[in-house]
Design a protein around this ligand. Structure first.
Ligand code: UDP
Ligand code: MG
Length: 337
């Protein structure tokens, strides 16, 4: 233990986003509380139901009767995992907070290892998947390429294979809470806040129930959004490429002018005109599309809508107050709790 920072654990919060996981929550909730008991951890679990369409919410409410330290938040619709996590972090009270999936792919038994690292003074302890063999070769290649492109284009480097399974010190959580952006590329956010980080290897467990919500196309969009969120290099690249083409056209124009003065006009030249016109208009459209992406992003953020809306809270009443201050548009919910 660090003498400068003794880090007594007053409360550990475990934040779990839940989307259509009725079978998994029945296994996860008792397993988490059994772990707390075994390890002598004072812990709370916060489950954020992200608009599940199955019986997940009913199952969670049933478990709440057994475990008073289980706080449940139900969002008004499916907002996506990143936003569900934001809602959970908004009410997490622990001086250390663990994020994990509800599908049992993140083994709760790694949490004591996370805590041991936190005790030694690390502010973020993140899980790194040891095995990626359940992913196909194509997905692995795509993910490698993504990390390479992202880290080349962005000033916020991200660690390959580190996901949302992690422990964060209270001050990290408070920093992330202040980031209210709608496009939430979590890997970038974790890296942007900084702090002392440490990696712990873990084995991803095969999904037992249900199926992943992240299809290849959703993953591709996520990767693209991540780059747009954390880099403006594509914009600059378009500008440089535009400038180079403009310079090239001036040089070419001068060359043709001089040549015409010396040797007179010669007719051939359709090919070069067509090719350059196509190349230029193609490039202009590409550049406009790119600007449109950033513009769309600005539009989304400038509307400043609340990050999420809450339908119901079960458990700790104080959670309501916190959500209200995080998202003032929720004040109408006061009567519910
Ligand atoms: N999840 C969520 N909202 C969504 C999609 C997923 O809260 O829109 C949750 C899901 O319940 C799980 C976690 O996010 O706890 C990871 O989802 P999934 O297992 O589908 O992703 P994968 O493990 O394939 O990356
Ligand atoms: Mg999963």
């Amino acid at each position: 233990m660090n003498s400068r920072d003794p880090r007594a654990l007053a409360l550990l919060s475990v934040v779990v986003p839940v989307f259509n996981e009725e079978a998994s929550v029945d296994l996860l909730i008792p397993r988490l509380f059994a772990l707390f008991e075994r390890e002598g951890i004072t812990g709370e679990v916060i489950c954020v139901d992200d608009g599940s369409r199955d019986r997940s919410w009913d199952r969670l409410v049933a478990w709440q009767a057994t475990y008073p330290n289980l706080t449940l938040v139900s969002l008004s619709r499916n907002f996506g995992k990143e936003i569900a996590i934001a809602a959970g972090l908004d009410i997490a009270d622990g001086n250390a907070v663990v994020l994990m999936d509800s599908d049992l792919q993140h083994p709760p038994e790694v949490i004591p290892e996370f805590l041991a690292q936190w005790h030694t003074g690390h502010d973020i302890v993140y899980g790194v998947r040891r095995n990626r063999d359940q992913d196909g070769a194509l997905r692995r290649a795509f993910s490698r390429a993504f990390y390479r492109v992202f880290n080349t284009l962005s000033h916020t480097p991200i660690t390959p294979d580190a996901g949302d399974f992690r422990l964060m010190d209270r001050k990290v959580v408070e920093a992330i809470r202040r980031m209210r952006e709608r496009a939430r590329f979590m890997k970038g956010i974790y890296s942007w806040v900084g702090f002392k980080s440490h990696a712990v290897d873990f084995d991803v467990v095969e999904r037992v129930h249900g199926k992943s919500s992240f299809s290849p196309s959703r993953l591709f969009n996520l990767a693209f959004d991540g780059i747009i969120s954390f880099s403006t290099v594509p914009l600059r690249f378009a500008m440089y490429a535009g400038a180079s083409i403009a310079l090239l056209s001036i040089a070419l124009g001068t060359y043709y002018m001089v040549r015409t003065m010396l040797f007179g006009i010669d007719v051939p030249g359709f090919a070069s005109i067509i090719v350059s016109t196509l190349a230029l208009s193609g490039f202009t459209m590409l550049q406009m599309g790119l600007m449109g992406l950033y513009l769309g992003r600005i539009y989304d953020e400038v509307k400043a809508r609340p990050l999420y809306l809450v339908r119901e809270i079960v458990g700790r009443p104080a959670a309501m107050q916190k959500l209200e201050s995080a998202s003032p548009a929720l004040s109408h919910l006061k009567d519910l709790v």
